[in-house]
Design a protein around this ligand. Structure first.
Ligand code: RM4
Ligand code: MN
Ligand code: MN
Length: 404
């Protein structure tokens, strides 16, 4: 990623150049589970077009990439997408070829087995921790076999009542497992550690915030970094400040992008607070390229009511637009104003980029690159959603379930 301090904002032409150059390099990974039926803890409303097999998920991901040109990789959840572990790698390889999208981050599942009732890598029982480590090591193998760089770990461990488990001893257990996992990674692999303060535990969560994730990453080794899921913060948290700190210590591995109003709502990116995404991109664009080159932009969303294909296209397009807006900030001029404490001018310069309508420039870029100028409209007109709805309806309607 180039440092935008090198360029200056001037004519309309230079704005366009900056936006085009930014869009040429901007990529965002889509999650396989974003196409699947999901619900709330009260129940699930199935969608006729939802994907229930890995073949269908790859087909949908390929279609989103065809429409946007910005999402060439798809994140995989091991248990849901590779239930037979490394034995499923061949199948994934042939799907990559068929649909023109590659396997992206590998997401181990440490939250669904009955054994994990009292925790996975922080479970007081050494046998359960061993089982969790075994799954993590298999995930490392899968990543290596698929040539995918990142393994993203989200640990749902925690406790529901004070005094029921030792918070401190559990830290040591996590350090041990993550250290062993890190030792198994190759030089070109990375281990991304995600944090989340709430859900499913109600009293304490073992990796609750970025400080805990940072410590575990640093303790695990140089190939471990922190993963910021934008929905995993308390309301009001200044996420861009966390991003700035992680960049400063060169420990920002990537993002799970989504939006939220209340909790971990997994809504489409920028649907509630697009200014926040802009502010996050600004922090990244104003940091030295050496700390931002490897950042993995990933989506972690689940669309309960909106069409999944439509929501995914909306997300990728929104990410492109907000990235383009952030690229417009003249970093040199902003720094000068900040240094002189010219507050209103600095703020206005910042806001001016946010309020710039970049859509005509983004549209022109798409046309120049042979991509659909209006991907949502193209999706509608292609008949793709009608076709998959017809093909998948019967299976999906049979999948109605309740969590009660
Ligand atoms: C968690 C977290 C993880 C995701 C699971 C399904 O809240 O965001 O990244 O894999 O949900
Ligand atoms: Mn996530
Ligand atoms: Mn989440």
């Amino acid at each position: 990623m180039t440092n935008r301090h090198m360029t200056s904002l001037g004519t309309a032409q230079s704005k366009q150049d900056r936006v085009w150059e930014a869009l040429d390099r901007f990529r965002i990974e889509i999650p396989s589970w974003g196409f699947a039926n999901t619900g709330t803890r009260f129940g699930k409303f199935v969608q006729n077009a939802a994907a229930t097999t890995i073949e269908e998920k790859f087909a949908d991901a390929g279609e989103v990439n065809r429409l946007t040109g910005a999402s060439p990789t798809v994140a995989l959840h091991v248990l849901w997408d590779l239930p037979n572990g490394t034995a499923d790698v061949e199948k994934i390889r042939s799907l990559e070829k068929r649909h023109g999208v590659k396997a992206g981050s590998i997401n181990p599942n440490l939250f669904q087995s009955q054994e994990y009732k009292f925790g996975s890598i922080a479970n007081p029982n050494a046998e359960v921790r061993k089982m969790a480590l075994g799954h993590l090591l298999e995930s490392v193998e899968i990543g290596r076999a698929l040539g995918s760089r990142d393994i993203s770990i989200w640990v749902s461990d925690g406790s529901n009542y004070p005094g029921t488990s030792s918070i401190r001893r559990r830290i040591g257990w996590m350090e041990e497992v993550l250290g062993a996992m890190h030792a198994a990674t190759s030089d070109d692999q990375r281990l991304l550690i995600e944090y989340k303060p709430f859900e499913p535990a109600f009293y304490h969560t073992d990796i609750a915030d970025w400080g805990m994730a940072l410590h575990l990453a640093q303790r695990a080794g140089p190939r471990a970094k922190v993963l910021v899921d934008t929905g995993h913060h308390y309301p009001g948290t200044n996420i861009e400040q966390i991003v700035a700190w992680l960049l400063h210590v060169d420990e920002l591995g990537g993002f799970h992008f989504n939006d939220r109003k209340y909790a971990d709502d997994d809504l489409t990116l920028g649907s509630i607070d697009p200014y926040q995404v802009f502010r996050i991109f600004h922090e990244i664009l104003s940091a030295p390229a050496s700390t931002t080159d490897e950042i993995a932009y990933m989506i972690d969303q689940s669309h309960n009511l909106k069409g999944k294909m439509e929501a995914m296209v909306q997300t990728v397009v929104t990410a492109q637009e907000l990235f383009a807006k952030a690229v417009l900030i003249d970093g040199e001029a902003l720094s000068a104003l900040q240094d002189e404490c010219r507050l209103v001018e600095a703020e206005e310069l910042f806001r001016d980029s946010f309020w710039t309508d970049v859509r005509p420039m983004v549209r022109a870029w798409k046309e120049a690159r042979g991509l659909p100028a209006d991907p949502l409209r193209e999706l509608r007109e292609s008949g793709y959603v009608e076709r998959i709805s017809g093909e998948r309806a019967k299976k999906n309607q049979g999948a109605v379930s309740s969590y009660a």
